[in-house]
Design a protein around this ligand. Sequence first.
Ligand SMILES: O=C(O)C(=O)C[C@]1(C(=O)O)C=C[C@@H](O)C=C1
Length: 372
Amino acid sequence: MSDQNQEQNFKDEEELKGLRNEIDRLDTEILNLISQRAQCAMRVAEVKLAADPENAVFYRPEREAQVLNRIMERNPGPLGNEDMARLFREIMSACLALEKPLEVAYLGPEGTFTQQAAKKHFGQWVKSKPMPAIDEVFREVEAGAVQYGVVPIENSTEGVVNHTLDTFISSNIHICGEVELRIHQHLMTGPNTRRDKITRIYSHQQSLAQCRKWLDAHMPQAERIAVNSNAEAARRVQGEWNSAAIAGELASELYGLEIVETKIEDNPDNSTRFLIIGREEVGASGGDKTSLVVSMRNEPGALYNLLKPFKDFGVDMTRLESRPSPSGNWTYVFFIDFVGHIDEKNVQDALAAIKETAVEVKVLGSYPKGVL
Ligand SMILES: O=C(O)C(=O)C[C@]1(C(=O)O)C=C[C@@H](O)C=C1
């Protein structure tokens, strides 16, 4: 090595050492600040408990949305807004676990996109409990066995999850949040699988449908087998040498499979919206949505009467679905989402006007718009 090179190396080493010292100093500062924040959260828990020892509510979706939105607004970079918000998501999740460990039921089994959505919304610090069906998630929350639940509500390519909508009609559960997940489907195999020997591909029927063009083009010879969930598909592949699964990343981690092809969904904007359900109503965050279920008499102008108040009171409707009413007779109930919180004056006026013509209006909940 020449003297010049040696000198340059020495300078680089010195600079690296200086930068690492600076990182150590900053980490100590961050460590102390996070600890102070955690102490504050513990104090918040004491205040909540003193105010209402029996029914103190520790998880506050409206406050969490405000914290994350504020972080995104003030983020100076170079980390992106979402990356930064995810870091704070985890800090807040850990702080909440200090106040009160949460348990959340989700549509299982382990490794489903719904579990991924639960982790995205609540962070890594909640305990999650898989349930075999959507109505069992509702029942678990209603019975108080867990504090919250997570259920899928609509997919951008496959449409609404009717089972979730129908379950709301007969339950007393509130919606207290929403979370959207980009759905990426991956092809995964076990450690002994040979790509050219794959004769079977397992996945949930919806996922097989979402990857149909890719499968036609790349694996036309393999039989497609629909199973109950993507996680179940991954579990099956574990013990087989000639099969593959299509599932999400979490399932591959859980069952020790290797992802051999990433993002094979035909539509790159494929996403699913999930709802967070609970027993309490949620306060206003300043950026909220409300969901209603309304049943109308089967008469001329019924839909007009339902929609007019939204225009009259300037309420922005974001979704309208109709479902057959459980009472039968070809009558329908309408599921409506709109922008605003039930505490806001124009929302209350619109609801009062709808109630004049509706048979029944049920507010499923006001909740903060999904942040992440
Ligand atoms: O502000 C509160 O009510 C808190 O409990 C603190 C905190 C936080 O860490 O910022 C923790 C949990 C809640 O869900 C919301 C916020």
